[in-house]
Design a binder for this molecule. Structure first.
Ligand SMILES: [Zn+2]
Length: 153
């Protein structure tokens, strides 16, 4: 073990950690290659604003990250809304499938020929297009319910 201080020297880009204990900023030095033209523009902008180039770059990066965060939040919102819609729709369809129509209020069955494929409200048998079936007539008007020929009394 050497006695050398492992901490790097404080520079403009790598300021010393705050010693007062108030929220020490975790700052890191990020090296990156940039085109000479961009460097010139950054230096000119920093001169015009009378701020160090590193401060300007940091501000630009922070703004860019904030914008990216906002954009991704919107995307997440949309995704969670879409997921909720899919979830609700799936529940709705499931309850529709699982809940067989109640036939307690049926007072009569009228023989009909199916114009569109459906299924028997009593036994669940498939009712093909053109099949003979019974239209349930209930005391309370409701969506049409059909029973197959076998389930017809
Ligand atoms: Zn049936």
């Amino acid at each position: 073990m050497t006695q050398e201080d492992p901490k790097p020297e404080a520079t403009e880009e790598n300021p010393p950690e705050s010693q007062d204990g108030a929220e020490p900023k975790k700052e890191r030095v990020l090296h990156t290659r940039i085109p000479a033209v961009l460097e010139g523009e950054l230096k000119a902008a920093a001169r015009a604003l009378r701020v160090p180039v590193s401060n300007l770059v940091r501000t630009i990066l922070e703004d860019a990250v904030k914008i990216a965060d906002r954009a991704s939040e919107r995307v997440e919102d949309k995704l969670s809304r879409a997921a909720k819609t899919v979830h609700d729709e799936r529940d709705r369809l499931r309850s529709k499938v699982e809940k067989k129509p109640n036939l307690d209020d049926v007072v009569a069955y009228q023989p009909v020929v199916m114009a569109r494929a459906s299924e028997c409200a009593k036994c669940g048998a498939a009712l093909a297009e053109g099949a003979q079936a019974g239209l349930a007539v209930g005391e309370i008007p409701s969506a049409p319910r059909f029973v197959c020929a076998t389930c017809m009394p």
